[in-house]
Design a protein around this ligand. Structure first.
Ligand code: M6R
Length: 614
């Protein structure tokens, strides 16, 4: 939820930290702050609101030069998003400065202890308690690393902590439990970040930490220990994308850039996953073919947009494998006591790999001995690390809070999984699988064609700028796309928007239809005749009641024109794959409408990119 940065080296720490925060701001933007170690004391600045507010403060009152520092960009949990609750937080005597991502669940009890010791607390945050405890432990002697270790073993919840000690400018110490933290390995300098974007312009060598580990970075090196104090090791890896992937590259928003990256993202998601004959090879699926043959139920768990990718996956997986497949919101999953056995395959879909609800759901599934397969975009993140197998989506970093290329590649990965299961279990013929793989390979071209027509969607957004409410209708795999179209408008344009299964209309939602109400309608391909015709009937019914119909329909499907105020043409693809091209016009429309309404498209209000608290 929050973004954290740490640096020690020979550069000005303030510059490195602020640049890192800029790249992590998508994680939370309620406030930002920085702390630097200078001449035996900690200099700090923090401000509510976006990073720009902090930068203004620093420009007016510069902090002293320093080569050791930490920074934070916040998505508020404990305490309102004001200056006082902004991070960093200091210990009682200002010796320790601390930034934090996550929630310390036993903070109330620890707060009483800190107050009983006579410390004065200034904020409402759980973080400040930890800063006081670390400073108290440090005052008893030893290093910041030792103090961090003592305190972490007392904390409950999910957290990443990063601290500096005024009396030791040589080190920055960080700790993690159930919350993201990576180390950037440089030459004569080292970095800490919530993700590699924090330091990608300085180094692409990274170290991933395990659960309950503490890392100390100095100019000379990096040392890892467990919360138990024993030496530990992280996992080194090379980041295979560069700075340009974390830049807007001439686009006004990361989101728009990411929408336009989708043809490449789809191609990358397919790369190396099939041979020339269309036979699938998912080398990273470390669940044996025998185990996959024994699967008798699949449960997909995810949140938000990833959940809608799961809904699409259900249609495809059941069709190709004939294995019953349920889709469940991750935050509901474990509380309803789901029936899980060793032959249940749980598929967790998450762009970030850090969504706490999804993480807790997979832990529950593994406790019940079910196998867990993650579909994830973020290498080395917690969800794939805690799963039995992973299919990485290879979309590249997604920075816009609204998921776009993350979603489209989640669908591609889910199709690959369904086809692979069908291949292993023999439930689809090889030529049928090869045909679908061939169609998937055509998807980058189809998506590109829609992107080439973006101006028409932008014109539509201009026409509908005054709309107060927008509905989306779909059937079959078009239903999740209707839900996704509505979610995009809610989160970006702050508009009332709802997605419905068109068949449900007459059971209630049709009462919402009034003259001029814009309704996007995703028409299934004609291959599924009944579905297609029923959708056309639904469009006629809402048009008759005055709705403004925006009809998304495949090329050469004529006859609908007289009931459509606007037609958006989709390429001809088979029914199960239609969500891939069909979602793109809805992304373009939402991005443009929100831009016209003057909203911050990359950082919509109240949201954060990865939701690392339950
Ligand atoms: O990182 P995840 O895929 O696990 O995130 C899940 C949702 O929080 C995410 O898809 C959210 O709904 C997006 N903001 C939608 O655009």
């Amino acid at each position: 939820m929050c973004g954290i940065v740490g640096y020690v080296g020979d550069k000005q720490a303030q510059d490195v930290v602020i640049e890192g925060l800029r790249r992590l701001e998508y994680r939370g933007y309620d406030s930002a702050g920085v702390a630097l170690v200078n001449d035996g004391s900690v200099a700090w600045a923090k401000r509510a609101g976006k990073l720009a507010n902090l930068e203004k403060v620093l420009a007016e009152s510069p902090l002293p030069g320093s080569t050791t520092g930490i920074g934070h960009t916040r998505w508020a949990t404990h305490g309102a998003p004001n200056d006082t609750n902004a991070h960093p937080h200091l210990g009682n005597h200002g010796r320790v400065a601390l930034v934090h991502n996550g929630i310390i669940e036993n903070f109330a009890e620890l707060r009483s202890e800190v107050e009983a010791a006579g410390d004065e607390l200034r904020s409402e945050t759980d973080t400040e308690i930890a800063a006081h405890l670390i400073e108290t432990a440090l005052a008893a002697g030893g290093t910041l690393t030792g103090a961090m270790q003592q305190v972490c073993s007392r904390l409950e919840g999910a957290f990443t902590l990063v601290a500096v000690d005024a009396e030791d400018p040589s080190r920055v110490v960080a700790a993690r439990r159930n919350s993201p933290l990576v180390v950037g390995i440089g030459e004569g300098e080292n970095f800490i970040g919530s993700d590699v974007a924090a330091f990608i312009e300085h180094t692409r060598e990274a170290l991933e930490l395990g659960q309950d580990q503490i890392v100390t970075i100095t100019r000379e090196g990096v040392e890892v220990i467990g919360f138990d104090g024993r030496p530990a090791e992280g996992t080194r890896y090379h980041v295979d994308w560069d700075l340009s992937a974390a830049e807007k590259d001439g686009f006004d928003w990361f989101m728009r850039k990411e929408i336009f990256e989708q043809p490449r993202a789809i191609a990358d998601a397919l790369l190396g996953r099939h041979d020339a004959e269309g036979r699938l090879q998912l080398d990273e699926v470390r669940i044996s073919d025998d185990e996959l043959r024994e699967v008798d139920k699949i449960i997909i768990i995810a949140c938000g947009t990833a959940f809608y990718a799961g809904l699409v996956a259900k249609y495809a997986i059941e069709h190709w494998t004939r294995v019953p497949c349920e889709v469940e919101l991750a935050h509901e999953f474990r509380y309803r006591d789901p029936i899980l056995t060793r032959s249940t395959l749980v598929v967790a879909i998450s762009q970030s790999g850090e969504t706490a609800d999804t993480l807790m759901a997979i832990r529950h599934a593994r406790q019940q001995r079910s196998k867990v397969l993650a579909i994830c975009n973020t290498n080395g993140s917690t969800i794939p690390r805690e799963s039995d197998a992973v299919i990485y989506t290879h979309a590249g970093p997604e920075i816009g809070v609204a998921s776009t290329k993350g979603f489209i590649t989640q669908m591609i990965a889910a199709y690959l999984l369904g086809l692979y299961l069908a291949q292993v279990r023999g439930t689809s013929y090889a030529d049928e699988i090869a045909r679908v793989v061939g169609e998937l390979r055509d998807m980058p071209g189809h998506v590109q064609r829609i992107l080439d027509g973006a101006d028409d969607l932008y014109a539509l957004a201009a026409e509908l700028e005054g709309a107060r409410s927008v509905l989306f209708l779909g059937r079959h795999v078009g239903f999740p796309i209707a839900l996704e179209g509505a979610l995009k408008l809610k989160e970006l344009a702050y508009l009332h928007a709802e997605g419905f299964a068109a068949g449900e209309l007459k059971h209630g939602p049709i009462a919402l239809i009034e003259p001029g109400l814009p309704v996007f309608c995703v028409v299934p391909p004609r291959g599924r005749d009944q579905l297609h015709d029923k959708m056309v009937s639904a469009i006629q019914e809402i048009r008759a009641r005055g709705a403004r119909t925006i009809v998304m329909v495949e090329d050469d499907d004529h006859g609908i024109e007289e009931f459509a105020d606007t037609i958006i043409r989709l390429p001809r693809v088979s029914t199960l794959l239609q969500p891939v091209p069909a979602v793109v016009p809805l992304q373009l429309f939402a991005c443009e409408l929100a831009t016209r309404l003057g909203h911050d498209v990359d950082q919509p209000r109240n949201l954060a990119k990865s939701v690392t608290v339950e």
